[in-house]
Design a protein around this ligand. Structure first.
Ligand code: FAD
Ligand code: DHB
Length: 357
């Protein structure tokens, strides 16, 4: 098979890239190890920054978001007995939107299906070849066990932190900054109306807690826990009691309303930045190049920001033979990533990165 761009990974980065490339007349094939249903159901990010909403609006993907998403002016920061509202709109003129990654994925898949995008789901043994030559290609085994080869002009590695793209770059070329934190977040999804109008980030002597949401009837909450916590060992009552204590149930008349827990998982806290985000004809985007802990709700937003830079760069390279934007892609994308990663990588590396930038 031949196409212009092989996109490895049907997460938000890969899906959005296929959409933006198509708008610029560039053809792509999206390759994905998981099934279509699995990709659609994954529960992950939930908070969209205004820059992400701008990108989605720019390509006509903000219809359901504006109808069903919840626009928030800011957040609450609290510690015991005190809750403060930070109004982003007053402070910086921008809002944030609560709209689940599952919904963003659904909108993207619907738009790509309507446009006839070629997806290949449930592949295995994805391998990247001849990245530093003019004729790169990807091989994989399809759902029926047949070996396949896809010849392309460029490969977009949008395959998350464990995918093969980053690993295909020779170790002599790349550098990583990494930090693993000694705590994790225990996240739950509950079928209950949020007990707050905007997100509450709470400091507490027992550990941090966050009250977020996915809609007017679904709450998303997090507790800081030790990374070896087994979520199955906590009863629902234990979870709600810990959340009530940390989020300040009863303070100034505020109440946390518990409800049926429909999903639970423990998320490790890790920061990881890889550079460069480009090697030959391979371009990395999203979690394939960088992981930030869930604390700042940045991962999905950074993935969208990468792709917003990458799509026009690939289109200029493929349509016009203009390699300028492709050549500067890695530096431009890393500048934004590093602004956030600097807050979380260790001080020596942060100082080094700051000097480089
Ligand atoms: P992914 O969404 O990881 O997509 C990569 C895709 O590549 C996957 O579909 C994967 O199956 C596929 N793939 C992997 N290997 C191969 C292969 N060999 N061949 C083909 N395909 C392959 N971010 C936030 O902003 N806010 C949050 O609140 C938040 N919460 C999170 C909670 C959880 C539990 C997790 C795991 C992440 C969370 N994140 C959050 C991060 C956010 O979800 C990611 O940053 C975002 O999904 C990145 O998108 P991506 O497309 O780069 O990668
Ligand atoms: C969510 C997660 C975060 O880390 C955050 O800062 C805000 C919201 C969420 O999953 O809803």
């Amino acid at each position: 098979m031949r196409t212009q761009v092989a996109i490895i990974g049907a997460g938000p980065a890969g899906l959005l890239l296929s959409h933006l490339l198509a708008a610029d007349g560039v053809e792509s094939v999206v390759l994905e190890t998981r099934s279509r249903e699995y990709v659609a159901a994954r529960i992950r990010a939930g908070l969209l920054e205004s820059s992400t909403v701008d990108v989605l609006a720019g390509c006509g993907l903000d219809g359901r978001l504006r109808e069903q998403g919840l626009e928030h002016r800011g957040i609450y920061l609290q510690w015991p007995e005190e809750r403060h509202h930070l109004d982003f709109v007053d402070l910086v003129g921008r809002s944030v939107w609560v709209y689940g990654q599952t919904e963003v994925t659904r909108d993207l898949v619907a738009a790509r299906d309507a446009a006839g995008q070629q997806f290949v789901y449930e592949i295995s043994d994805t391998a990247l070849h001849d990245l530093d030559g003019d004729c790169p290609y990807v091989t994989y085994v399809d759902i029926d066990g047949r070996e396949q080869r896809l010849d392309v002009d460029a490969i977009a590695g949008c395959d998350g932190s464990f995918g093969p793209s980053r690993k295909a770059i020779p170790s002599s070329v790349g550098r990583t900054w990494e930090r693993t934190y000694p705590f994790a977040w225990f996240g739950i999804l509950a079928d209950v109306a949020p007990s707050t109008d905007e997100l509450i980030y709470a400091w507490h002597a027992e550990g941090f807690a966050l009250h977020s949401m996915r809609s007017e009837s679904v709450s998303r909450l997090y507790l800081q826990v030790s990374p070896d916590t087994d979520p199955a060992t906590w009863s629902d009552d234990q979870i709600w009691e810990a959340l009530a204590r940390r989020l300040g149930h009863g303070q100034n008349g505020w109440e946390l309303h518990p409800g049926p827990i429909t999903d639970r998982s423990v998320l490790p806290m890790r920061s990881y930045v890889y550079e460069p985000m480009r090697y030959g004809q391979l371009f990395l985007a999203g979690d394939a190049a960088h992981i930030v802990p869930p604390t700042g709700a940045k991962g999905l937003n950074l993935a969208v920001a990468d792709v917003a830079l990458l799509a026009p760069a690939l289109a200029a390279m493929i349509n016009k033979g203009d390699r300028g934007a492709a050549d500067s892609y890695s530096d431009r994308a890393l500048r934004r990533v590093a602004l956030h990663a600097l807050l979380v990588v260790d001080d020596d590396h942060a100082a080094h990165t700051r000097r480089r930038l």
